[in-house]
Design a protein around this ligand. Sequence first.
Ligand code: PGA
Length: 255
Amino acid sequence: MAQAKIKQPRPIIIGNWKMNGLKASVKEVRALDKAAKAAGRVGADMMICPPATLISTLAAAAKGSKIAIGSQDCHMNASGAHTGDISAEMVRDLGGKAAIVGHSERRTDHGESDAMVLAKAKAAHLAGLTAIICVGETEAERDAGATLRVIGKQIKGSVPDGATSKNTIVAYEPVWAIGTGRTPTLAEVAEVHTFIRKKLVARFGDDGAKIRILYGGSMKPGNAAELLAIAHVNGGLVGGASLKAKDFFGIISAC
Ligand code: PGA
């Protein structure tokens, strides 16, 4: 019953800009800050993960605001001969506070395995970044009734032993819901989030009840409130609807 006594973690809404955004996109950060300040009390923490090229610019623009900036990936090594890659320390050096690791687009496009995602999460922790670890089943896996088995395996294989509620966020993103406009039913989301919570508590005890579990996949202002009201949904990882401050703040306002 220890779990019932622990209060729900404060939600966080994280925008994943993917490969979108140029220097001019800094205006979206300014607009988001303006909207948040005008609203007064905001019910969620806010973070934007732009392409690596914009981390520095956006971190400078977000200074003095409640908006944190993160990256969409980091390398598993601290430095070395890895052309084109970016280390967690470099992200931190630019003003980043977190790194998304194991996004399904990276698992697919770059063949990232659970072991690689685990190593990246460890590298993020070592550099003082929060690791935002993504898991999620494909449509075929859901159709085959394998959703919980797949998620269980990914959680076991991608979340490091050193994970705490301070340095780790888990994001559940059904692959078939990303960028498609489709979302699972509320009951399906609830089932997976409850399952992830149980796994985290079994492994990390009371602190596992405080690790934030985000839902991601076609979250938008119109469906955010009902998704965010589900038990163990402690925020959202938002792609398309994070690109415009107005839509993104619409989701934040639902918290
Ligand atoms: P989407 O993307 O909100 O555009 O579906 C979510 C994500 O991939 O993080």
